[in-house]
Design a protein. Structure first.
Length: 233
């Protein structure tokens, strides 16, 4: 049925979350093996918040380097399938909540990163950009030559999403005749609120657990997203 939906669609948009990258060895926040179930002094949502970054910067970077940087991770079947669908002219945009850059590594070009990317980093003082290696290899807080703090270009808790990215995401979802949602519980707002702009023909949900959008879906697939999409590689 998924193959039939894709065959008759001309403007497919994919909206994905952490579950897309778990098959690449990157843990999500809320699963049994996710970050919420690992032992830390503070909950993860506190440790990657704006206020924690400002007040306990060194501890922020300790957690960030240990748990959010997965620079050796490789794209899985889901990433590769989405890139193939884009190359075939079917998929027009990938809208992701992930910060790992795996969609681009797989070959996708039109990727909207709602929460930014670990691969982009900049000095808070002078604005000079840095590679992720500078942050990953820093002893303690990464500092610019001007002595400013180098921060990753990601959206922390308590921060707003980028307006330009949100506008582009709304435009694509509004134009889509098919929306595929994969690997997300749809519990993170305002990102999940983007789905209200979809008025197309087919809504497909690929997720291991139920979401609040299930009743609106035309097709629900309860399996690994890599297995569900792997046939399109």
């Amino acid at each position: 049925m998924l193959r039939d939906f894709i065959a008759k669609s001309n403007y497919i948009v994919f909206f994905g979350g952490a579950g897309v990258s778990t098959e690449s060895g990157i843990p999500d926040f809320r699963s049994v093996d996710g970050l919420y179930n690992q032992q830390w002094k503070y909950p993860p949502e506190v440790m990657i918040s704006h206020s924690f970054f400002e007040s306990q910067t060194e501890e922020f970077f300790d957690f960030y380097g240990a748990k959010l940087l997965h620079l050796d991770a490789q794209p899985n079947k889901a990433h590769l399938a989405l890139a193939a669908l884009e190359k075939a002219g079917k998929l027009k945009a990938v809208i992701t909540q992930n910060i790992d850059g795996l969609h681009q590594k797989a070959g996708s070009e039109n990727v909207l990163e709602l929460h930014g990317s670990v691969w982009r980093n900049y000095c808070l003082n002078c604005g000079v950009t840095y590679s992720v290696d500078v942050v990953a290899n820093a002893a303690g807080v990464p500092l610019c030559e001007c002595a400013g703090i180098i921060r990753p270009d990601i959206v922390l808790y308590e921060e707003m999403l980028d307006d330009d990215v949100m506008i582009k995401a709304i435009e694509h979802i509004s134009r889509a005749d098919m929306l595929i949602i994969g690997g997300t519980s749809l519990g993170v707002y305002p990102a999940a609120g983007l789905l209200q702009h979809f008025g197309g023909e087919n809504l497909v949900l690929i997720n291991k657990t139920a979401t609040h959008m299930d009743k609106a879906a035309d097709l629900i697939i309860r399996e690994n997203i890599g297995d569900a999409l792997g046939c399109f590689i």
